[in-house]
Write a protein that binds this ligand. Structure first.
Ligand code: ADP
Ligand code: MG
Length: 238
C-alpha cells in the first residue's frame, strides 16, 4: 500500500460537481504536483485532503489509516495558501509559534522548535519582524515555517509562489524543494504553471474539469501526452 491512497473522491457544491472519481497514490517522501488550468478543481481537491471541504464520496487513506472524516487537526497535514494567511499583529516567531501554543506545548520547547524551523526556511534575523515589514517571499517562508513547525506527515502547497515576482518565485521554489528533500516530506504542490511542475515534480497529476486526465513523470507527461488537451497544456504540440 502507498503512503497516501485516494479512491473515488467526489465533491459537489449544490449542482456543481467540482471533481469526480479522483484516484491517486503518493509514496512517502514523494513530491507530486497537481497541475491544471484555473477553475479545474485543484484548490477544492487540496482543501478536501486537508479536511477543510468535506467530500461527497470516496476515501482518503494516509499511512494505512482512513482519514476521510477526520477533522483538519487530526490529519497531521500542513498547508500553505497562495496568499500569506499570516496574523498581521504577530511577529514572525509568534506566527510560527501559534500552532504549537494551541497544542499546549511548553514555552521552552516552543522556542527550540520555532528556532529550528526559522533556520530551515532561512529567516534568521527576522524573528521580531511583523508581516508588513517582510517581502512577499519572506512572508511565504513564514507561512511555510508555520506549516512545518507542527511536523506534518503531508505538506500541501496551493500555488504558494503565484503572488511573487518571477525572480523570487524561482528562488523560493528551489528552496521549497530543497527543504522537502531534506525532510523527506510527502508533498502535494498545486500550480497552473507547467514549467514549475516540470522542474519540481517527481510526478505530475494533470487535472482538467474535475478529472485527473494523466499521471506520470514530467518526462512521460511531456513526451507521451495521453490526449490533445495534455499536449496543448504542456506546450508539446509537435
Ligand atoms: P482551481 O483551484 O483549479 O482554480 P477551484 O478548486 O478553486 O479551482 O474551483 C473549482 C470549481 O469549484 C469552480 O467552479 C468554483 O466555482 C467551485 N467552487 C470552489 N469553491 C467553492 C465554494 N466554496 N462554493 C461553491 N463553489 C465553489
Ligand atoms: Mg486554486
Amino acid at each position: 500500500m502507498s503512503y497516501v491512497n485516494v479512491t473515488q473522491l467526489t465533491k459537489r457544491f449544490g449542482d456543481n460537481t467540482v471533481f469526480n472519481d479522483i484516484h491517486f497514490t503518493v509514496e512517502q517522501g514523494e513530491f507530486v504536483t497537481l497541475l491544471g488550468p484555473s477553475g479545474c478543481g485543484k484548490s477544492t481537491l487540496l482543501r478536501s485532503l486537508a479536511g477543510l471541504n468535506p467530500v461527497d464520496g470516496g476515501e482518503i487513506w494516509v499511512n494505512g489509516e482512513n482519514i476521510t472524516h477526520h477533522s483538519p487537526q487530526q490529519r497531521g497535514i500542513g498547508m500553505v495558501f497562495q496568499s500569506y494567511a499570516l496574523f498581521p499583529n504577530m511577529t514572525t516567531a509568534e506566527n510560527i509559534a501559534f500552532g504549537l501554543k494551541m497544542k499546549g506545548m511548553g514555552q521552552q520547547e516552543i522556542q527550540t522548535q520555532v528556532q529550528q524551523v526559522i533556520e530551515l526556511v532561512a529567516l534568521k534575523g527576522k524573528e521580531k519582524h511583523y508581516p508588513h515589514q517582510l517581502s512577499g517571499g519572506q512572508r511565504q517562508r513564514v507561512a511555510l515555517a508555520r506549516a512545518l513547525v507542527v511536523k506534518p506527515r503531508i505538506l500541501l502547497l496551493d500555488e504558494p509562489l503565484s503572488a511573487l515576482d518571477a525572480k523570487i518565485r524561482k528562488h523560493l521554489r528551489q528552496q521549497i524543494r530543497d527543504i522537502q528533500t531534506e525532510l523527506n516530506l510527502t508533498t502535494i504542490f498545486v500550480t497552473h504553471d507547467q514549467e514549475e511542475a516540470m522542474i519540481l515534480s517527481d510526478r505530475i497529476f494533470l487535472m482538467n474539469q474535475g478529472k485527473i486526465v494523466q499521471q506520470g513523470s514530467p518526462e512521460q507527461i511531456y513526451t507521451q501526452p495521453a490526449n490533445e488537451f495534455v499536449a496543448q497544456f504542456m506546450g508539446n504540440t509537435n
